[in-house]
Design a binder for this molecule. Structure first.
Ligand code: HEC
Length: 218
């Protein structure tokens, strides 16, 4: 009998503790996992999806060269078309492969290599002399843009056997005649072909004095 009544008083105690527990202050902090509300997870999912879409639309494939508003290298290229037409663009490639090493990216040459930028040889009205220079080379003293170059240790090599396509030489010359502020007209593959045929027996590099005897233009 006694034991029973003790039990029931314990029950009462427990239920009064439970009631007190519903008050906020008495909640014991617990360690453990609590499920996140589903709306929070959904929102996080939507946020990640949006961020991912934004990055793939605007991130430019994480290229260091791209920034807003350009989303891809293609978009950037389309907004900045390279200057010149197809022939000067092709000519630039020929230049970079063969001539850049001496005349440099700036067309300024350096040391005993004369500049092509602002050169009277390059900007001549007709291509008669520069086609010859490129085909068979140039050595000995030459005056370019008011300066004298010795043409002894550094000479202009011949390209007749190295750049064999007339079109490549035409594009190359069109390019150097219009780059770096040069303003001369384009050179055609037919013009190159004609000069190539006329000089096919020429075997040594030119001297400037001999070239000056060749009319600059037909
Ligand atoms: C190995 C170095 C070298 C390379 C490569 C070279 N050149 Fe030259 N170029 C020279 C030198 C040196 C001269 C001057 C020669 C002289 O003093 O007689 C010259 C002179 C010239 C000239 C006449 C002078 C002037 O500056 O206008 C032209 C035009 C020219 N080069 C174009 C070209 C082109 C086009 C190419 C590529 C196909 C080329 N060069 C590749 C060294 C080079």
């Amino acid at each position: 009998m006694n034991g029973k009544s003790k039990n029931s008083s314990q029950d009462r105690n427990r239920s009064s503790t439970l009631q007190a527990g519903s008050s906020f202050d008495n909640v014991e902090p617990r360690v453990g996992w609590v499920a996140l509300p589903i709306w929070f997870l959904l929102m996080l999912g939507v946020l990640f999806f949006w961020a991912d879409t934004y990055l793939s639309d605007h991130g430019g494939g994480f290229s260091a060269k791209l920034y807003e508003p350009y989303g891809s290298p293609e978009e950037l290229a389309a907004a900045h078309p390279p200057k010149g037409d197809d022939s000067t663009r092709e000519g630039k490639k020929v230049y970079q492969r063969n001539c850049l090493v001496c005349h440099l990216d700036t067309g300024m040459g350096g040391g005993d290599v004369p500049p092509l930028a602002g050169s009277d040889w390059v900007n001549a009205e007709g291509p008669n002399r520069i086609v010859r220079i490129v085909l068979d080379g140039l050595s000995g003293p030459v005056k370019v843009a008011g300066r004298d170059f010795p043409g002894v240790e550094k000479v202009m090599p011949p390209w007749r056997d190295a750049i064999t396509k007339d079109e490549d030489i035409a594009n190359l010359l069109s390019y150097i005649r219009q780059e770096w502020g040069n303003k001369a007209g384009p050179v055609t593959a037919d013009e190159v072909k004609k000069i190539k045929t006329a000089t096919k027996d020429h075997t040594s590099s030119y001297l400037a004095v001999d070239l000056l005897k060749v009319p600059d233009k037909e």
